[in-house]
Design a protein around this ligand. Structure first.
Ligand SMILES: [Zn+2]
Length: 538
């Protein structure tokens, strides 16, 4: 396709200009009911929203919430404090331990053949450099055809940073290539990139297999360990999600030498210097402290039910995040949604018929560990769940609710949604009976037990390429109009579920679709990991 130059920006600017010239949308809402609590929920959520100050304090001042980090503990204490201020009975519930780690400042510079401060940082749980500058030449994984090639490379890595990620040939996003390319050049770029990445991955496979400890195919961690044993100074990585300026920031595979990431552009720069024999020397200065196994907690808050205290409506979101930025959309947005929903409910529905719980989980990013532990520790709560609402895919307005394979739950969902204002409901598709989700977020810890746990699936706002686990998951990415909508929705659903005369049926669909379209089975529950893989004795 031949791209037209630039009209999209002009149109967008014009659209925003038109919007700016218009008076703000009237606060009209379309209630199908005159239920005073539903009206009060709308009013509180829209006119007296606390989402912005809550999110600002959490994301800017407290910051990221890596499981087992002091930052997570500070944020949890803050959340308990807010809930208690609103009159919610809230506490930290310990469920195990995890490897504690505190990030300090880190700084990366190119010092030869020229000077440039690079955009990068050590990965979570990486050791630092004791705060001292460590300079080393950067070298890159060569093309490897055999274990002998890998061993020969290991002989060259002493005191060098080893670049283990595929270097992107372009850090321009694909849509730009489509829009501005000469005939065929975007396709040529895509093909060249794909072939180069395949060759890179084949070499990495050779390295992994040749480094396998204890047989098998070997992991990236095994390759890292072999490099460290060969005296490498550390590892450089870069995982580009495809949006300008973004890089994913996960955790280090090893604990002996630093692992740090660089932006798409800076990784490419260092890689080209190395590939062309121009002797790139990179200086890393990083502070980090490994705290050993530390206790980990979920935040649990409760408003006791006045008539049916043993039945529960649960507001669920994971509170932990990766720490490359602030964890704004993963999952600050879900967390402040549930906090604000709880605040609204304390204002307008302080004596619910059923018990309302808020659960802000830890350890989700390491395998839903906080919620899995809660389910194991509280079977009586799981048995009493009327509805659990979980939100964990970014800042967008809710567009999909699935009944998760419970064939009769659709009736309740329909009844509740029929009372939600049209402004909120108009965006939502309901999936009936839906498929029971086996993973992805904390609802799965409950769905495997057949409990009515429903994910509130949001519009993407380019979640996967822009913010999910990236260095750009920051406060400014939150879309507060959408989030306020979600508060009105979630508070309404919580109120309606808490007061419903019927207890939601757990009858499951008999026929399940498996992977590849054949018959499937209900997802099995998996045990919580109660300590980190690096814990002594594990
Ligand atoms: Zn998440």
């Amino acid at each position: 396709m031949r791209a037209e130059a630039g009209p999209r920006r002009v149109v967008l600017a014009a659209m925003l200009g038109v919007l700016l010239g218009q008076p703000p949308a009237a606060a009209a809402q379309t209630f199908a009911t005159d239920d005073p609590v539903l009206r009060a929920i709308w009013d509180e959520a829209m006119s007296r929203s606390q989402l912005e100050p809550l999110a600002q304090a959490l994301l800017d001042s407290l910051g990221p919430r890596l499981t087992g980090s002091p930052g997570m503990e500070r944020a949890q204490d803050w959340a308990v404090g807010r809930l208690q201020e609103w009159g919610v009975d809230a506490e930290l519930e310990e469920y195990g331990t995890w490897e504690g780690w505190e990030r300090g400042p880190s700084h990366v510079d190119l010092v030869a053949p020229r000077v440039r401060s690079l955009e990068g940082r050590i990965l979570a749980w990486s050791p630092g450099t004791g705060g001292r500058p460590v300079e080393a030449e950067a070298t890159s994984l060569p093309e490897l055809a055999s274990a002998a090639d890998w061993r020969a490379f290991l002989g060259t890595v002493r005191d060098k940073w080893v670049m283990l990620s595929f270097p992107q040939p372009t850090c321009r996003p694909d849509p730009q290539w489509v829009q501005f390319q000469m005939e065929g050049s975007g396709l040529r770029m895509a093909q060249a990139r794909q072939e180069a990445e395949q060759r890179w991955n084949q070499s990495l496979d050779v390295a992994r297999a040749a480094s396998a400890s204890g047989g098998g195919d070997g992991s990236t961690a095994d390759a890292h360990a072999a490099l460290e044993a060969a005296g490498a100074a550390g590892i450089i990585t870069s995982q580009w999600p495809g949006a300008p300026g973004t890089v994913r920031v996960f955790d280090a595979e090893n604990r002996a030498t630093p692992t740090f990431e660089l932006s798409c552009e800076d990784y490419g720069l260092v890689h080209r210097l190395a590939a062309n024999g121009q002797g790139p020397v990179v200086r890393l200065t990083a502070e980090a402290e490994n705290l050993g196994e530390v206790p980990v907690y979920n935040v649990i808050g409760r408003i006791e039910g006045s008539e049916l205290p043993e039945e529960y409506v649960i507001l669920s979101a994971h509170f932990d995040s990766w720490d490359g930025s602030s964890g704004a959309t993963d999952n600050g947005s879900g967390s402040v949604l549930m906090l604000e929903t709880m605040r609204v409910l304390t204002e307008v529905y302080p004596r619910p018929r059923r018990t309302i719980l808020i659960a802000l989980w830890s350890g989700e990013e390491q395998g839903l560990n906080g919620s899995r532990a809660f389910v194991e520790d509280h079977p009586e709560i799981v048995a009493g769940i009327q509805a659990l609402w979980n939100q964990d895919n970014g800042t967008g307005r809710v567009t999909r609710i699935s009944a998760m394979g419970l064939v009769d739950a659709g009736g309740e969902l329909a009844e509740w949604l029929s009372q939600v204002p049209e402004e909120v409901k108009e965006y939502i598709d309901v999936e009936l009976p839906g498929d029971p989700g086996g993973g992805g977020s904390d609802y799965a810890s409950f769905v495997c037990h057949g409990a009515p746990a429903f994910p509130l699936s949001a519009l993407s706002w380019d979640y996967s390429t822009h913010t999910w686990h990236t260095n750009r998951d920051t406060y400014d990415k939150l879309v507060f109009d959408d989030l306020r909508n979600n508060v009105a929705l979630t508070a309404s659903l919580a109120y309606l579920a808490a007061g419903d005369d019927d207890f939601v049926s757990r009858r499951r669909r008999d026929v399940l679709t498996g992977r590849g379209g054949g018959p499937g089975t209900w997802p099995e529950c998996r045990p919580a990991q109660r300590s980190s893989p690096n814990a002594p004795g594990r």
